[in-house]
Ligand binder design. Structure first.
Ligand code: SAM
Length: 278
C-alpha cells in the first residue's frame, strides 16, 4: 500500500512521481485535459505575484521543498493558504517533472481558466480598444500579443474561430503574467460579424491589400482591431465586415510581418495619443 505523504499545516510534502496531484498537473500540458478540467498552470514567483495582485487565487500551489521559508515565496504561500489552495511542497525530482525544461522555476500555481462575456456595444467605454484575432495558431504569438494588449490597457482580446489555447503553457509563459490582467473572449466568426455590424466606432482590419497607411488613419473610438491568422491572413468575410482596412508599409523583400509584431505596431498606433511617460 502506498505510504501517505507527510503533511505540515496546510502544506503537503510530495516526493513521489506517482502522486495523483503530480499526475494531474503534468497532464495539464495537454489541451484536452485543460479543456476538461478548466485548469491551467502558471510558473514563477513574479508571475504568481501578478496573479495575486490581479485578484486571482490558485487552486494549487507547488513549491520546491525548503524554498518558501522567507521573502516573496513565503508571501505567496501565505496567500495560497489563505485562499484555501492545496499547497504542495515537492522534492527536486518532482519539481523537475512539473516545471519548464528551460528556465525552470521553483514555484508554480494551478488556476481556473476565466472567459469573459463578449463586449456589450451599448456599454463600451468611449475610448475602449478591443483586439480580435482570427484563428491564431501560434501560442507564443498569442502570449506575446496578450502581453502587448496589457501594455496598452486594451479592454480585452477576442479569439475568433478555431484558435490555439491562451492557457497553454507556452502562451501563458509568453504572456509573462499578463494572462491574469487581460480579459479573454472566444466567439465564432458569425458572432464576430454581428459584433462588428453593431460596433459604434471603427472596426479596423489589417490586410496586405489595405490601401490606407496605418499611420495616416484616424481611428474612431471605441475601436475594434481585427488581425488575421499567421497563415492565410484575415478572411474575406471578416475583412468585408471592417469599416477600414489598413496596411503597415514594408520596404524589404518580405511578404508580411510577424503577427505579434504587426499587432504591437497597430495597438501602439491606435493608442498613441493616450500613451505617455508619466
Ligand atoms: C503573417 S500575416 C499573414 C499574411 C497572409 N499570408 C496574407 O496574405 O494576408 C498575419 C497577420 O498579420 C497582419 N499583418 C502582417 N503584416 C502586415 C502588414 N504589412 N500590413 C497589415 N497587416 C499585416 C495581418 O493581420 C495578417 O493577417
Amino acid at each position: 500500500m502506498a505510504r501517505p505523504e507527510p503533511q505540515r499545516g496546510g502544506v503537503r510534502a510530495i516526493t513521489s512521481l506517482q502522486n495523483e496531484r503530480v499526475k494531474l498537473i503534468r497532464s495539464l500540458e495537454m489541451r484536452k485535459i485543460r479543456r476538461e478540467t478548466g485548469l491551467f498552470v502558471a510558473e514563477g514567483a513574479s508571475v504568481l505575484v501578478t496573479a495575486r495582485d490581479a485578484g486571482w487565487a490558485p487552486r494549487m500551489l507547488v513549491f520546491l521543498a525548503g524554498s518558501a521559508q522567507a521573502g516573496v515565496a513565503r508571501e505567496l504561500l501565505t496567500w495560497a493558504e489563505a485562499a484555501g489552495a492545496e499547497c504542495l511542497e515537492v522534492s527536486p525530482a518532482v519539481l523537475a517533472k512539473l516545471a519548464a525544461k528551460d528556465n525552470p522555476q521553483t514555484m508554480l500555481g494551478v488556476f481556473e481558466q476565466r472567459w469573459a462575456a463578449e463586449p456589450a456595444v451599448e456599454r463600451l467605454a468611449p475610448d475602449a480598444l478591443w483586439l480580435a484575432l482570427e484563428a491564431i495558431r501560434d501560442p507564443g504569438n498569442l502570449g506575446t500579443i496578450i502581453r502587448t494588449a496589457d501594455a496598452v490597457a486594451a479592454a480585452g482580446v477576442i479569439l475568433v474561430g478555431t484558435s490555439c489555447d491562451p492557457y497553454s503553457h507556452e502562451a501563458v509563459r509568453a504572456s509573462m503574467g499578463s494572462i491574469f490582467n487581460v480579459a479573454l473572449v472566444r466567439m465564432s466568426a458569425e458572432r464576430f460579424l454581428a459584433l462588428a455590424a453593431a460596433w459604434k466606432g471603427d472596426v479596423v482590419g489589417t490586410h496586405l491589400s489595405g490601401r490606407e497607411d496605418f499611420r495616416a488613419a484616424r481611428y474612431r473610438a471605441p475601436t475594434l482591431l481585427a488581425m488575421g491568422s499567421e497563415g492565410p491572413g484575415l478572411s474575406a468575410e471578416l475583412a468585408a465586415a471592417c469599416s477600414r482596412l489598413v496596411k503597415i508599409p514594408m520596404a524589404g523583400s518580405l511578404d508580411s510581418l510577424n503577427l505579434a509584431v504587426a499587432t504591437a505596431l497597430m495597438l501602439y498606433e491606435i493608442r498613441k495619443d493616450r500613451l505617455g511617460l508619466a
